[in-house]
Design a protein around this ligand. Sequence first.
Ligand code: GAP
Length: 495
Amino acid sequence: MTAISMDVLVSLCKRRGFVFQSSEIYGGTGSVWDYGPLGVELRNNIKRVWWRDFVQQRADMVGLDASILMHPTVWKASGHVDHFTDPMVDCRECKRRFRADQVDEMAWVHYCEATKGNKFTITAGEACKHCGARRTLCPECGKGELSAPRQFNLMFRTFMGPVEEDASLTYLRPETAQGILVNFDNVLQSTRRKLPFGIAQIGKAFRNEITPGNFIFRSREFEQMEIEFFVNPQETIDGRPADEHWHDRWIADCQAWFVRYGLQSDHVRLHEHDRAELAHYAKRTVDLLYHFPMGWSELMGIANRTDFDLKQHAKFSGKSLTWFDEERKEHVVPFVIEPSAGVDRALLAFLLDAYREEEVRGDKRVVLRLHPELAPVKIAVLPLLKKRPEIVATGHALRERLARRWVTVYDDTAAIGRLYRRQDEVGTPYCVTVDVKTVGDSAKGEAGDQRVTVRERDSMEQIRVPIGELDSVFDRLLGGTAWAEVAAGHPRAES
Ligand code: GAP
């Protein structure tokens, strides 16, 4: 496996149209990102597969799409108005703002008296080698004093309606979870569900992060895929409280899901929150960490939020948010297990894990070994010679036919070797090449064999397939049948 740096991935993402900096022509917007033609396909595939696996294929799940703007009391009840804060300090000189708990983890700029005021950048936590000083001033400018820590709320504020006054103040949602929780009773009444059941939502969330960074890992506008799974806390399963049983099942299911779609299992690990880390409402939280280039970091979290949120919303709204247990003849406030994943972080992890640099006949090949279900483009149709009208026409017709079922592109802007490399670099699992043998030569009265070459990305093996069989071949290949099994039924093509 290639340990890829973030810089290499950022460059690939821009060059090939996965991710662009937002408003780049105006100098960029701080930590918000735009997804380009390939990025939007990859992103949609991640969301589609997650929704299919966790919502559509499960009998105990339903979906929801709640609004981003909500009643401001939602955020009072949830605790976000009072507690969704980070302690921050400001530099009195350069006015930069830092998270108080991260200042000592940054490299710092120092003007050293012992060397006539020379400027040094010193590793985080270390002292100056010349004068022995430790950081006391702003780590960025090295000149300004830092203010005392102040709590900074991460929610973006906005105003509903024409008047900008406190009465119309609301927030861009900082998580999708609350949209689900406040709709608990609506979904319960409209679907006649019994516990346990879950509600899922995919949507944008916004946080005015003080120290965003590491590309799309921590941004100010991002997307979440969240589930609130409601469990009867009175119930026991295999001798354990139902919430603990379901929490463990969701942890295992989420971990298995990321591995199933391509993350190497030794690049994913669990992190159990200790008492100091645990949110006040949580009974237990486990994070799924991924081995990102900056180190092991959170990919998603799976929390047991107890009955905290439903009780809070019942208290603030005055509405009962319970489920009636027919067997025990009592109203129950469900416990909530919350698997919460970021789309952007998932996308980053899938790209990092898929990236390989390989040597092929003395040349470097960059390949994204993306799972075919995630790959932005499934099939690329490539003509061997673009000067032959029959080859080009056959290629266009094939693209049109295959594109009805799979994302398929046509490219004739380079020689075939380079076209293959381009598709490898963006993770296209299959290429179809139309050549002289396919179409024959009408000037010489030679008929073509109506077969094309199908090439597989990872092995680079090639087979000859009759055009008429392409749909069934791709049905199998993109439906999960192994390449070796499909290839065994067709003659090899020379590469
Ligand atoms: N409802 C629970 C919740 O929001 P969280 O740990 O704050 O929990 C869940 O966020 C997931 O959302 C994270 O594991 C991460 O994948 C993603 N996420 C959170 N903040 C993010 C940010 N600033 N940029 C990108 N993704 C973020």
